[in-house]
Each structure stands twice: as structure tokens, then as C-alpha cells.
Design a protein around this ligand. Structure first.
Ligand code: HEM
Ligand code: HEM
Length: 145
């Protein structure tokens, strides 16, 4: 299997990645900066729930995406020592995001939950930049060969 991902494979990762990040980022904005008028005073924006549902679904799809790059993309690139630094960084961030994400979903202990949430969304917001760096470096090192 080649390192280079097929066109549809790339599309899957980019589309899922964008929806995943946007749903998380917009949720953050609404949750911390927006209140709407409810019957008994200000309440959370009603779209928050839908956004987290979309986030949960795309998070599961991203786990499929992660699994899909391991046998070809990652193992070939690993044995050829190409783009390994940003690749390992990508893998590490994905693992932290998935563990903290499911921790947020299943566990409610207040103090620990707050710290997990901050770790989760701080890494989440940085993910697009990291992904861009990974792709950019990967393509650049391919050209040089
Ligand atoms: C592999 C990537 C990711 C996975 C597996 C993942 C998974 C999850 C899961 C399972 C939840 C709990 C959903 C719920 O309570 O219904 C969650 C919450 C959240 N995620 Fe992600 N997520 C990922 C990436 C991201 C990214 C890229 C962002 C970007 C900002 C993000 C921001 C958030 C936020 C803000 C929450 C709500 C936190 C809270 O409840 O305080 N996540 N995530
Ligand atoms: C979270 C895991 C990863 C994801 C989602 C991912 C995704 C991608 C994507 C979308 C591209 C650009 C499309 C392409 O060139 O085919 C790319 C390029 C590349 N990645 Fe990854 N990657 C991951 C992990 C890794 C790891 C661990 C390595 C190295 C051990 C690696 C090595 C490379 C290389 C060498 C390229 C350039 C391939 C080329 O010549 O086109 N990736 N990656």
C-alpha cells in the first residue's frame, strides 16, 4: 500500500476533520459567549446540543479515519522514515483527543472534567494547524526526492 492517500481517502479525512473542528469550536463559542432569552431569563443557545451530537458522530468517524491510515500510510512512511516527526505528533494528539473526548462523554467528576475539557479543546483548536504542517511537510519532502 502506498504512503500517498487516495483522493476519496483524503477527502474523507479533510471533510470529517473540518466538521469535527467546527462543531467543537462553535460549541465553545456558544457555550462561553452566547446566551439567549428564555422564559425565565438567559439560557444556553439551543444549538449547543445539536453541535455536540454532530461532534460525537464526526469523532467516531475520525476514529475510523485514524484506523484507516495506520496499515498503509503510517506503516510505510514509518519504515521509510518520511515525515515521522509531525506524523508522531499527529498520532499523539489524536490519541489524547480521543481519550479525553470519551472521558468527557462518560465521566462527570467536576474538577477532573474541567481540566480534561481544557486539554481537549486546546489541542482540538490546534489540530488544523498541526494537520496543515503535517501535510505541507509531507508533500515538500516528496517533491525533493
Ligand atoms: C479525534 C478527535 C476528537 C474526538 C475523538 C473528540 C471527541 C469528543 C467527545 C466524545 C466529546 C464529548 C461529547 C459529548 O459530551 O456529547 C467531545 C467534546 C468536545 N470536543 Fe471533541 N473530539 C475531537 C476533536 C475535537 C476538536 C478538533 C475540537 C476543536 C475545538 C473539539 C472540541 C470539543 C469541545 C469544545 C467539547 C465539549 C467540551 C465540554 O463538554 O466541556 N474536539 N469531543
Ligand atoms: C493521525 C495520523 C495521520 C493522519 C490523519 C495523516 C494524514 C495525512 C494526509 C491527509 C496527508 C496528505 C495527503 C497525502 O500526501 O497522501 C499526509 C501526508 C503524509 N504523511 Fe501522514 N498522517 C498521519 C500520520 C502519519 C505518520 C505517523 C507518518 C510517518 C511515520 C506520516 C507520513 C506522511 C508522509 C510521508 C506524507 C507525504 C506523503 C506523500 O508523499 O504524498 N503520516 N498525511
Amino acid at each position: 500500500m502506498p504512503i500517498k492517500l487516495g483522493r476519496y481517502h483524503q477527502w474523507f479525512l479533510y471533510v470529517v476533520g473540518v466538521i469535527l473542528t467546527l462543531s467543537g469550536a462553535v460549541w465553545l463559542y456558544l457555550h462561553y459567549f452566547v446566551r439567549v432569552e428564555g422564559e425565565f431569563g438567559p439560557i444556553h443557545h439551543p444549538s449547543e446540543h445539536l453541535l455536540l451530537t454532530v461532534h460525537g458522530i464526526t469523532a467516531a468517524l475520525m476514529m475510523v479515519g485514524l484506523g484507516s491510515v495506520l496499515p498503509g500510510h503510517v506503516s510505510r512512511a514509518w519504515s521509510m522514515r518520511r515525515n515521522v516527526k509531525t506524523g508522531i505528533f499527529m498520532l499523539t494528539m489524536m490519541v489524547i483527543l480521543s481519550l479525553s473526548g470519551y472521558f468527557l462523554y462518560y465521566l462527570g467528576a467536576k474538577g477532573l472534567r474541567d481540566i480534561t475539557a481544557i486539554v481537549h479543546w486546546a489541542i482540538g483548536l490546534a489540530l488544523p494547524l498541526l494537520a496543515w504542517l503535517h501535510v505541507h511537510r509531507g508533500i515538500k519532502t516528496r517533491m525533493r526526492k
